[in-house]
Ligand binder design. Structure first.
Ligand SMILES: [Zn+2]
Length: 458
């Protein structure tokens, strides 16, 4: 439905594409101690075989977890997956998934025939584990299972080459107590569900990262390293060395994509004693240095800042200031989170030939605020950013096409009662049963559509 599926032309799709020499080798390079193989590889039916060494044997973090005790993972981890098929998920995304308009469709068909070298990326906003959301994960036998949260959108997540999620709350495990607002902590089973849904990159730099102090972060790092070493965990660090030097780079078909993650702050909670490196903060010197380093290692740079003002539908002055900093430093794509509501998507350009696509805020992916009143329904609406990154005939890697697909968080009491749908698949009948109506009677399918139109346009 064109009215709710926002899609605009990328900066290079209006140019004619030449034949693209395309590598049948699909490599993943990661420098933060975690190999990264997209979870969708099997799902899209790609024939594959692993060669070389196995994935990084994870970083073991001791429970006592003092900074000195934390090992480094500086070695470059390289994983090569050979695939016999040419393009799969990316091709589908370019031809079937998006509402791209006639001219683009023609180009997409041409590209599909050539099996163009490209990377498809999706990202969703905040996973906020308010108490009723945590309770929705409790099953009859008392164990946690959060797969219901992603059940209605997981096909799109798994189909992307790279799927990113903003994990707003730390995953510190049950031993630290599972808590909701204002000092959150999630059980490990939430991480299991993220992986099961197909996410490849988990962004952990948020204002809630330190809600459970040092132990929350070290437990979280241990969980990822031990259970899912192939998942890229960004924004939190196990050592000063890791924070200073590790840049995550995903490589596929010769396209290298760097992803950086920072937060504006941590709700006034100081960094744990002796661990000033725990969370990546939006500090200009650090950000500029990381971007400069990423430029030497990649063809395309994405920054995911946790920024802005909560519940504001338009970017703040601070977001505008950081947007200029990212632009001047040569970032290609910015996808932001934190306001808990959606904000605009736009291209920004400077006089030096820099251009950058900015998603100011994707809103929430899942939440159940306890607040009520006018505007609360806004928090039920989020966006799935959908971006295809490709190599231009001239050799540069750039955004080929992009869009944002509205999602809506559906709430009902009981086990598995909280889940997120694409708004395009969400009927008014379903909306009339969303428990958020008890907190904001204005909520409806039409309300969600109007909000998306207001923020993202037609
Ligand atoms: Zn936040």
């Amino acid at each position: 439905m064109a009215s709710i599926k926002i899609f605009q032309s990328g900066c290079i799709e209006m140019r004619r594409w030449n034949n693209i020499v395309f590598s049948a080798v699909f490599a993943v390079v990661c420098m933060n101690g975690c190999g990264s193989v997209p979870a969708n590889v099997e799902d899209v039916g790609m024939q594959q075989s692993f060669t070389g060494s196995t994935l990084n044997e994870s970083v073991q973090i001791s429970d006592s977890a003092d900074s000195e005790a934390l090992p480094d993972a500086r070695d470059l981890q390289t994983e090569v997956v050979k695939k016999s098929g040419l393009n799969t998920g990316g091709e589908n995304a370019a031809t079937d998934e998006y509402d791209v308009g006639e001219k683009t469709q023609a180009l997409a068909a041409e590209n599909a025939a050539e099996a163009a070298s490209e990377v498809t990326l999706i990202m969703v906003g905040d996973i906020l584990l308010h108490t009723p959301v945590a309770e929705s994960g409790v099953q009859r036998d008392g164990t946690y299972d959060f797969t219901a949260l992603f059940a209605n959108v997981k096909d799109e997540i798994a189909a992307a080459d790279l799927a990113l999620v903003n994990q707003e709350v730390i995953i510190g495990g049950e031993a630290l107590g599972i808590t909701g607002y204002p000092s959150f902590n999630a059980p490990y089973e939430l991480g299991d569900a993220l992986v099961e849904a197909g996410f490849d990159v988990v962004l952990h730099a948020t204002n809630h990262t330190l809600d459970k102090g040092k132990k929350g972060v070290t437990n979280c790092l241990s969980f990822w390293a031990e259970q899912y070493p192939h998942i890229a965990v960004l924004g939190i660090n196990e050592s000063q060395e890791a924070q200073d030097h590790n840049i995550f780079v995903y490589e596929q078909d010769g396209i290298r994509v760097a992803i950086l993650n920072y937060t504006y702050g941590t709700n006034g909670i100081p960094m744990p004693s002796g661990m000033p490196y725990t969370v990546n903060l939006l500090e200009e010197k650090k950000v500029a240095a990381d971007i400069a380093k990423a430029k030497t290692m990649s063809d395309f740079i994405i920054v995911c800042p946790h920024w802005g003002t909560e519940y504001q539908l338009t970017p703040s002055a601070e977001q505008a200031r950081w947007t200029q900093i990212f632009l001047e430093n040569g970032v290609d794509l910015v996808i932001g989170t934190h306001p808990h509501v959606i904000e605009p998507v736009e291209w920004v350009r400077d006089g030096n030939g820099n251009e950058m696509l900015v998603y100011y805020s994707l809103g929430n992916f899942v939440n159940w605020t306890s607040s009520s009143g006018k505007g609360i329904a806004d928090r039920m609406v989020g966006g799935m950013a959908e971006v295809t990154i490709a190599r231009e005939p001239e050799g540069d890697v750039a955004v080929k096409s992009y869009g944002v697909e509205p999602v809506v968080c559906h709430l009902s009491q009981g086990a598995n009662g909280v889940t997120t749908y694409f708004l395009s698949e969400y009927t008014q009948e379903m909306a009339s049963q969303n428990a958020i109506l008890e907190q904001d009677a204005a909520f409806s399918r039409e309300y969600c559509l109007d909000l998306c139109e207001q923020v993202w346009g037609e």
